[in-house]
Design a protein around this ligand. Structure first.
Ligand code: NDP
Ligand code: X2W
Length: 344
């Protein structure tokens, strides 16, 4: 059994790790932290987990206890993994960080977007960006994984086949994205109140969101030219889900785009290219680690429209984190991640 710890077990991605790992036959969750709920039994706070983690109790984060694990997930706000990751790695514990602490290769750029100094620039060289569809071989050898953000996962998987094939202009990309409210975390915020978020929809971060440099870096790794990206996120009245509508312009004769996408993702266990003409729904991936994609070329013109949907808490966070763990520990990539989506 692989012994794992979770730092930040009371948040939405932390409890989603617990839900998914309850179905994983090779992992045992032995430590889970929360400063505010230390001493509380996991099942008393989350009754959906009764019968799965009856002996597990939240405790204060403790580097020594976490250092006795084979792997530790960080499901914490930005900056927390910076402070603890080095010590854990020195103890031989592998680190899978769901926050943005190690996603950007440039520490100064990270500081600008996250408005705080980078706490562990010495670890950036060895951090691997945990998007298996791009970096599977590096993930298998990694000790430190930066799990991609939710919007960046949906956007990068949507553009990947087109950029790798050199078919579109990378200088003029537009990503129009929608998120459910769990994307904002479990902490109390006015914008997440029912009366604020339901029956309404709004854009935010239109002139600069912290996922912009992360997406730009990822799209830059797919092809040699400079990336020009407009990224506009929106908050929508749903609990889970990301819907990305991705626009780009063809620069050469494209051939069969449907076949291109099907071939690129033929061996990917968690990317589903839908039949031509489809419009994937967020509810088709709810609770599930799949990214469903459809590619359109309206009026057979030069504009390509890709539709990409994921569950922000699964392929956008905890499911992808477990996919990375499976690769790092040489397990079946889909172990613990096989349950179909909840519909309706
Ligand atoms: N929600 C989403 O859809 C996604 C989230 N992410 C990222 O994953 C991370 C977790 O997100 P989410 O689960 O939504 O967050 P939440 O706000 O829901 O939960 C945060 C958790 O971290 C703990 N925590 C907070 N501060 C500290 C600290 N200083 N030291 C130790 N533990 C701390 C909290 O418990 P306590 O305060 O009791 O210790 C809580 O359990 C974030 O970095 C987020 O950006 C990534 C992709 C998608
Ligand atoms: C709806 C909502 O608020 N979404 C969050 C992003 C989700 C997320 O947690 O991303 P990181 O892992 O990069 O922090 C936001 O826009 O800030």
């Amino acid at each position: 059994m692989i012994k794992v710890g979770i730092v930040g077990g009371t948040g939405y991605t932390g409890v989603e790790l617990l839900r998914l790992l309850a179905q994983h036959h090779q992992v045992s969750v032995e430590a889970i932290t929360s400063r505010s709920e230390a001493g509380v039994k996991v099942c008393d706070m989350y009754p959906n987990l009764r019968g799965h983690y009856d002996a597990l109790t939240f405790s204060e984060p403790d580097a020594k206890a976490l250092g006795s694990m084979d792997a530790v997930f960080f499901a914490t706000p930005h900056g927390v993994a910076h402070a603890l990751a080095g010590e854990l790695l020195d103890n031989g514990t592998r680190v899978i960080d769901l926050s943005a602490d190690f996603r950007l290769r440039d520490a100064d750029e990270w500081s600008r977007w996250y408005d705080q100094p980078h706490g562990a620039p010495e670890l950036l060289n060895e951090a691997v960006y945990g998007l298996p569809e791009m970096h599977r071989e590096q993930i298998k050898k990694a000790r430190l994984i930066a799990v991609p953000g939710c919007y960046p996962t949906a956007v990068q998987l949507g553009y990947l086949p087109l950029l790798e094939a050199g078919l579109i202009d990378p200088g003029h990309l537009i990503a129009d994205c929608k998120s459910g409210v769990t994307g904002a975390g479990r902490g109390a915020k006015v914008a997440s109140l029912l009366a604020e978020a339901s029956e309404s929809m709004k854009a935010y971060g239109a002139s600069g969101h912290r996922h912009l440099p992360e997406i730009r870096q990822g799209l830059g790794d797919m092809q040699p030219s400079a990336v020009g990206l407009t990224f506009v996120p929106h908050l929508t009245p749903m609990i889970r889900g990301i819907h990305a509508t991705l626009y780009s312009t063809l620069t050469s004769e494209s051939g069969d785009l449907q076949a291109l996408f099907e071939q690129r993702y033929a061996n990917e266990p968690f990317v589903d290219v839908m039949p031509a003409g489809s419009h994937p729904e967020t509810r088709s991936v709810k609770g599930n680690n799949t990214c469903r994609i459809a590619v359109h070329r309206p009026g057979n013109g030069n504009t390509v429209v890709v539709l990409s949907v994921i569950d922000n808490l699964v392929k956008g966070a905890s499911g992808q984190a477990i996919q990375n763990l499976n690769l790092m520990f040489d397990l079946e990539e889909n172990m613990g991640l096989n349950a179909p989506a909840l519909m309706p």
